[in-house]
Design a protein around this ligand. Structure first.
Ligand code: 3HC
Length: 287
């Protein structure tokens, strides 16, 4: 039996890390969130504050619950802050060398019993497990955007992840109020294995002039009852993120379904990244 999880460490307080910290704190965990500089930590904590305030304003959370959740979040700039954590979730940039370095450092900083998880959307978990001396305790915990809203957590097990680690991760997901699915450490896991070819196919069809982006979006939204059509979703996730996942899976598999269409690569080169910087397939500069 793995030790029960009470203290959760999060490495990185960007979009994903701050969302993960928020849902953990709202579920009652003590959360230690680490950023590399005081400035980045302050920006990450401000993002959490904004999201908690939004939940209060929408009547999803009582002000007292917000304050209690916020008081459970401790900011840090040093990995030594993870010395008492039972689980540490890595949510740094999607760069394998960086992640391998973080896992090697976490292996030294976190207690021997602690589980180490990556929130990567496309990199192989075994690469990170191999950077530690505890591969049986390493797994993927892939959260969806926006983390506080999406009810799914993908749990990714390598062939070295133990049954105890998997069970602890399933219990953790349940306590967060997420439904978990279990997937082999394989390119794209479940969601991105299906989602990325669909989104790339939409861009290819747009390039071929099959229909306008507005009509593709209307067709999928209204015809299939999806919350967003493909071009709205591409902009929402971020075109650079989509391109990174597509390239990572293509590099590993050479599967043509993950070959990025020229338009996507050119848009990213031109700085059209989606909602995050105000322009992608749609223009958000006036919002
Ligand atoms: N943080 C917290 N709460 C948020 C939020 C955010 N960033 N964005 C929206 N919400 C909440 C709102 O508070 C609202 O709650 P309420 O209706 O109960 O009051 C609810 O979500 C709906 O929000 P809105 O009314 O503002 O907007 P929409 O109805 O358009 O919903 C959406 C927004 C939830 C983002 C919805 O459009 C959606 O589900 N889109 C699809 C998202 C998706 O597919 N995500 C997965 C991407 S794939 C992925 O993450 C994998 C990665 O590896 C690429």
């Amino acid at each position: 039996m793995a030790q029960p999880i009470t203290r959760v460490g999060i490495v990185g307080c960007g979009l994903m890390g701050s969302g993960i910290a928020e849902v953990c704190a709202r579920a009652g965990y003590t959360v230690i969130v680490r950023e590399v500089s005081r400035e980045q930590l302050a920006a990450g904590l401000a993002r959490i504050d904004g999201s908690l305030d939004r939940a209060v304003a929408r009547g999803k959370l009582a002000a007292a619950e917000r304050d209690a959740a916020r008081s459970r979040i401790i900011g840090a700039t040093d990995l030594s802050a993870f010395a008492d954590c039972d689980l540490v979730v890595e949510a740094v940039a999607e760069n394998l060398e960086l992640k391998r370095r973080v896992f090697a450092e976490l292996d030294a900083a976190a207690p021997r019993h602690a589980l180490l998880a990556s929130n990567t959307s496309s990199l192989a978990i075994i690469e990170m497990a191999a950077a530690t001396d505890r591969p049986a305790q390493v797994l993927g915990l892939h959260f969806m955007q926006p983390v506080p809203v999406m009810p799914l957590l993908e749990i990714v097990r390598t062939f070295l992840t133990s049954d105890e680690t998997l069970e602890a991760a399933q219990a953790f997901a349940a306590r967060l109020g997420k439904t978990s699915v279990v997937c082999k450490d394989s390119p794209g896991f479940i969601v991105n294995r299906l989602l990325i070819p669909y989104l790339l196919h939409a861009i290819d069809a747009l390039e071929k002039g099959i229909a306008t982006k507005e009509d593709f979006d209307a067709a999928i939204k209204l015809g299939l009852n999806h919350p967003m059509g493909p071009f709205t979703l591409l902009d929402y996730i971020g075109l650079d993120t989509i391109l990174f996942i597509a390239d990572a899976v293509f590099d590993e598999t050479k599967d043509a379904r993950f070959a990025a269409p020229p338009l996507l690569r050119r848009m990213v080169s031109a700085g059209y990244l989606g909602r995050k910087n105000g322009r992608g397939f749609y223009d958000y500069t006036s919002q």
